[in-house]
Design a protein around this ligand. Structure first.
Ligand code: AVI
Length: 320
């Protein structure tokens, strides 16, 4: 393979599930309207998410990056150079850069739902790390994951940063981790970033940045419906809402209808009352002990933990 080549597996690495169209119709048809947050990530949404990560209020990214940078040698000792490093939801493949020099894995596989964005990011990665064999596979890793053929490693370390696990409800997170465990060979492990429970002000500010990037990210879902499904829906007739639901330890994001209105998707009418919401995301927050207990129920042994001084964020190594 040439120095900057990416071996791209242009195949779904998930099991094909319902489409954006089917899920939108089903989600808008529910008594409490909702849609999976995975649909945020078309190309524009992926770019907006990268911009969210740079907002001063969104402490998650910079805190996780500072933990990774200071723990890189310890992480390297656990991961080892022979592992295949698989990044789930690799996005801009930025965080893994903090580990690559220390770990020096022979092979890296990025998996992301946004195909073009994935290709662009992994190409940059391959150019910057000529000694690394870079693979990219396109798919929805939240469904049952199959590693593409040709990337089998003796040992796999799945890198799942960013607290993306928080976008599953806790029972789904447990099922997802249990499914991932079944897809990994013996001796493998999961290196996972998990956002921690903290004061409401810090949490709510992170999802209501002053520059309005999170609002644009949320509203992009409606623009995507227009672009891809020809939906008759006016994004300006909705507003962004994000708040901390303390009893459930989660941030909820919604799109609130500013007025009574009728939207149409695929010719079907969906009425919204004034103030009615489309629930677009949950972002669950954990205590360290709460997350470790969940990981144990999913069949892992939590063997290492790193946090920052203020205990804003945690990174766990879960051994199989
Ligand atoms: C990807 N995921 C972990 C982000 C989160 O914080 O739940 C997505 C996001 N939603 C709004 N801001 C960021």
């Amino acid at each position: 393979m040439s120095a900057t080549a990416v071996r791209f597996h242009d195949q779904h690495v998930d099991e094909m599930g319902p489409s954006f169209r089917d899920d939108t119709i089903a989600g808008l048809g529910r008594e409490r309207k909702r849609l999976s947050p995975k649909y945020f990530y078309d190309e524009r949404g992926s770019r907006l998410f990268e911009a969210i990560c740079r907002q001063p209020e969104y402490y998650l990214t910079r805190t996780e990056e500072s933990i990774l940078a200071s723990a890189a040698e310890e992480i390297a000792a656990i991961v080892g150079p022979e592992s295949l490093l698989v990044e789930l939801g690799s996005g801009a493949s930025r965080k893994v850069r903090l580990l690559l020099e220390a770990v020096r894995p022979r092979r890296y596989l990025g998996i992301d739902i946004s195909r073009d964005f994935l290709l662009e990011s992994t190409r940059h990665l391959a150019a910057d790390y000529p000694w690394l064999e870079v693979h990219a596979a396109w798919g929805d890793f939240s469904r049952r994951l199959r590693l593409p053929s040709g990337v089998e490693g003796r040992r796999v370390v799945a890198f799942f940063p960013g607290s993306s696990i928080g976008n599953f409800a806790p029972p789904e997170a447990e099922a997802f981790l249990a499914g991932l465990r079944r897809a990994l060979p013996a001796g493998s492990g999961v290196l996972i970033g998990v956002d921690l429970i903290k004061d409401r002000r810090t949490l709510e500010a992170a999802y209501n940045d002053a520059a309005g990037v999170t609002a644009a990210f949320n509203l992009n879902l409606l623009e995507r419906m227009r672009r891809e499904l020809g939906a008759e829906i006016e994004p300006a007739a909705f507003r962004h809402l994000a708040y901390y639901h303390e009893a459930a330890s989660r941030i909820e994001m919604h799109l609130v209808s500013r007025q009574a209105q009728l939207v149409r998707v695929a010719g079907r009418p969906f009425p919204f009352a004034a103030g009615e919401t489309l629930h677009t995301e949950n972002s669950c927050k954990y205590s360290v002990a709460g997350f470790q207990a969940l990981a144990q129920r999913a069949g892992y042994r939590p063997t290492a933990l790193w946090t920052d001084r203020r205990a804003l964020f945690s990174i766990h190594y879960l051994a199989l």
